[in-house]
Design a protein around this ligand. Structure first.
Ligand code: CA
Length: 379
């Protein structure tokens, strides 16, 4: 019952800065003392460093576990690192602007800062999707390598610069789960007619597979799944999915999340606000986003595995993995979707080319390092 109340509450939240003494006798000493007092007074009166106040709008429900908390932490760390010189007030989605109004609000300067995920802005800047997640794309380690050290960040700055925005990586979910299903997925035929809540590029892949990608607001997913309005849903990973109670409405929990293999979260700053910041505060904001990125990925990795055990051991969830033949077919369709995206807009082509080149190189390196090591883990 308690669990049920917590779940309902969770789902509800989803919906929305010297003196010297002279030696010319007493008079001199006294006069020096006076000077000293004046100097002390002058020190006291020295104006304090100006406090800058920013607003941060987010796509998340207020204080939403890990994602909204990531935004809260980012603001707190900037405050601590700057000794209170840069104060950022965080607004949950809908508190100042609607969740999907974040991009425009920061672009136009309604708020100086935003927090969300770049793929939410596909309708405004299709290439943005590469900076969050693409099906069969980078995991967390590789997207960080591409963005921080492989030229990705410069492309992201080029793209967002057109909208008067400066982007930062500010978190990562790690590999997500493939979703909740009420039937087993054994062949591609099993996707035909399947009504599934799966947004963005993953949804386009599902559509190519003959499925029906449905848009459902976060707060309505559980009810739709329970009532059979949708046959399946993806969400995030075990930690969040457990809170949503999906195990009460679907029994098979599939992995891996081929459609979101390491979703990067973002923070963005209005370029006018950014350019007005002193250099040390710029460095602080940047450092805080790095900390956020590491914090969030670590939280996801540490908490998801525990939640998965709870789902399996306490709620009788049946874990499944998509068969390799299905994943191969989905990958082929994903490449078609990404090629169509690249063909639709010059910036998407440019970003996709960078993505592909980095992917080729990192995969060659992974074959020598990560892959053999993965096998060692289970010896
Ligand atoms: Ca997801």
């Amino acid at each position: 019952m308690e669990n049920d109340n917590n779940r309902r509450k969770f789902i509800k939240n989803v919906g929305m800065g010297a003196a010297a003494i002279g030696t010319a006798g007493l008079a001199g000493v006294l006069s020096s003392c006076k000077d000293q007092q004046k100097e002390k007074a002058a020190v006291k009166e020295e104006p304090k460093a100006k406090t800058i106040e920013w607003k941060m709008v987010t796509t998340w429900p207020p204080h939403f576990p890990m994602l909204g908390e990531g935004a809260d932490n980012l603001a707190k760390w900037v405050d601590e690192m700057s000794g209170g010189r840069l104060k950022i007030k965080v607004y949950g989605g809908g508190e100042l602007v609607p969740p999907l109004g974040v991009f425009d609000a920061v672009s136009q300067g309604t708020a100086e800062m935003g927090h969300g995920a770049a793929y939410y802005w596909a309708g405004k800047a299709p290439a943005s999707q590469f900076f969050a997640a693409v099906p069969f794309g980078f995991n967390a380690q590789s997207i960080n390598a591409w963005l921080y050290s492989g030229g990705g960040m410069q492309l992201w700055e080029e793209l967002y610069g057109k909208f008067n925005l400066k982007p930062f990586v500010a978190g990562n979910t790690g590999v997500q789960m493939g979703g909740w299903f009420n039937k087993e997925i054994n062949t591609m035929e099993d996707f035909k007619g399947l009504k599934m809540r799966i947004p963005g590029l993953g949804g386009k892949v599902l559509a190519k597979a003959g499925g029906n990608a449905v848009l459902v607001a976060g707060g309505e997913i559980f009810t739709n799944l329970e009532r059979g309005v949708i046959d399946a849903t993806e969400w995030v990973g075990p930690f969040h999915d457990l809170k949503m109670g999906f195990y009460k409405a679907a029994k098979y929990y599939y992995s891996p999340g081929w459609h979101e293999p390491g979703t990067a979260l973002e923070s963005m700053v209005n370029l006018d606000a950014w350019n007005a910041l002193p250099d040390d505060l710029k460095a602080i904001v940047e450092a805080a986003t790095y900390k956020s990125n590491m914090w969030m990925l670590s939280e996801f990795e540490a908490k998801n595995n525990k939640a998965l055990k709870t789902l399996i051991n306490e709620h009788n969830v049946q874990p499944r993995q998509f068969p390799e033949s299905v994943l191969k077919a989905l990958k082929k369709l994903s490449i078609e979707v990404l090629e169509e995206l690249a063909a639709s807009d010059p910036m998407s082509r440019k970003v996709y080319d960078s993505f592909l080149e980095f992917q080729k190189n990192i995969y060659e390196w992974n074959k020598v390092t990560e892959e053999p090591y993965q096998k060692l883990k289970y010896l």
